[in-house]
Design a protein around this ligand. Structure first.
Ligand code: SF4
Ligand code: SF4
Length: 202
């Protein structure tokens, strides 16, 4: 085997190992039965179905996986996870892939979805309740089209369908503390998966 082929092979395996390490899932155990894809309610809108995503990870095809719209279309419903005979937590793998795609800047295919998700979370964190006019404006500014929904927004204001001022919920302090706890649990869970994976492979 030539050095170039060996180097390419190493890089491909690096991606597979990284996804397995970060998700804590043994994707190499997937034998392509297709049960995840056949039960996925969002597969119709995905460019690559979940089983094929698993196969591409096994093959180490980083670009194809991280550029796919599948990881953003996934609704995290867990149907695939409950159907998998090999106990691969596919929904969790999708979470991991979203994080990896964000880190690597692979968000062009679904930039609007990615931006909408992050603006939505920030909006709720601010007051405990979504303030739609601000959400739409911030999203459109981030996407470089600040006036896109201006006319529609005015119509909705005129009909009393949009609030003029934002409202804060009463228990905002408590909500923020729950939010912090969830973020901490997510970090702990992530570390638990990494440790479990390292123990399995040591
Ligand atoms: S978690 Fe995502 S990939 Fe799995 S079945 Fe639901 S939508 Fe499909
Ligand atoms: S259900 Fe599990 S084993 Fe079957 S294709 Fe999906 S990930 Fe692979």
């Amino acid at each position: 085997m030539s050095d170039v082929v060996k180097l390419t092979d190493m890089r491909l395996k690096e991606f597979t190992a990284e996804v397995e390490r970060r998700s804590g899932q043994r994707i190499s155990q997937c034998y392509q039965c297709g049960k995840c894809s056949s039960g996925c309610p969002m597969a119709f809108a995905m460019d690559i179905d979940p089983a094929r995503i698993m196969r591409l990870i096994q093959l180490g095809l980083r670009d194809d996986v991280l550029k796919s719209n599948t990881i953003w279309i996934c609704a995290a419903c867990q149907t695939c996870t409950t159907r998998c005979p090999q106990e691969v937590e596919i929904a969790h793998v999708m979470d991991t892939l979203r994080i990896m795609a964000l880190e690597a800047g692979y968000t062009d295919s679904e930039r609007e979805t990615v931006e909408a998700l992050s603006q939505f979370v920030e909006n709720i964190e601010r007051r405990g309740r979504v303030f739609e006019p601000e959400l739409a404006l911030r999203l459109n500014i981030a996407l470089g089209r600040p006036f896109k929904d201006f006319g529609r927004g005015l119509q909705l204001f005129a009909r009393g369908k949009l609030p003029m001022l934002p409202e804060k919920i009463k228990g905002l302090k408590e909500l923020r503390s729950i939010w912090e706890k969830v973020k901490k649990l997510e970090r702990v869970e992530g570390e638990r998966h990494v440790n479990a994976h390292e123990t399995q492979h040591s």
